[in-house]
Design a protein around this ligand. Structure first.
Ligand SMILES: [Zn+2]
Length: 120
C-alpha cells in the first residue's frame, strides 16, 4: 500500500483519505497536500485542513518538531502557488476574500466580482 492510499485519523475518531483532504482546498494545492501527507508519521492526528487568509492551513496534533517545521514550510509555500491551478501565484488581498492566485485566475475572479457587483 502506498502512503498516499492510507486513511488517517482526524479529530473525532473519523478517518480521512488523501482525496478528502485535498478536497478541503482548491485543486492547485493538491501537490502541497500530498507532500505533507506522505511525510506525516503514523501517529499524527489531522485536526483540520483549510485555506485561511489566502494560504494553506494544515492543523495536526502529535507531530515532532521536524514534521511541524516541514508543514510550516509547505503552508508558507502555498502563498506562492495558485490555489485554482497550481501555477505560480501570489497572495491577493484586494478581493472580497484573500486568495493566492496566478494572474489568469486573479483577473478572472476580479472581473467576475466586478460584473456581479455591477460596478464595472
Ligand atoms: Zn491559476
Amino acid at each position: 500500500m502506498k502512503p498516499t492510499d492510507k486513511a488517517r485519523n482526524i479529530y473525532g475518531k473519523r478517518t480521512i483519505t488523501l482525496a478528502n483532504t485535498k478536497a478541503q482546498v482548491g485543486p492547485g494545492w493538491s501537490g502541497l497536500i500530498e507532500k505533507i501527507w506522505v511525510k506525516l508519521p503514523k501517529s499524527t492526528l489531522i485536526e483540520q485542513v483549510k485555506e485561511k487568509y489566502g494560504t494553506l492551513r494544515f492543523y495536526v496534533s502529535y507531530v515532532d518538531e521536524a514534521t511541524q517545521d516541514f508543514i510550516d514550510e509547505v503552508e508558507h509555500e502555498s502563498g506562492t502557488i495558485c490555489e485554482q491551478c497550481g501555477e505560480p501565484g501570489k497572495v491577493r488581498s484586494d478581493m472580497s476574500w484573500i486568495q493566492t492566485l496566478c494572474d489568469t485566475h486573479y483577473h478572472e475572479t476580479y472581473e467576475y466580482k466586478n460584473r456581479k457587483d455591477g460596478t464595472k
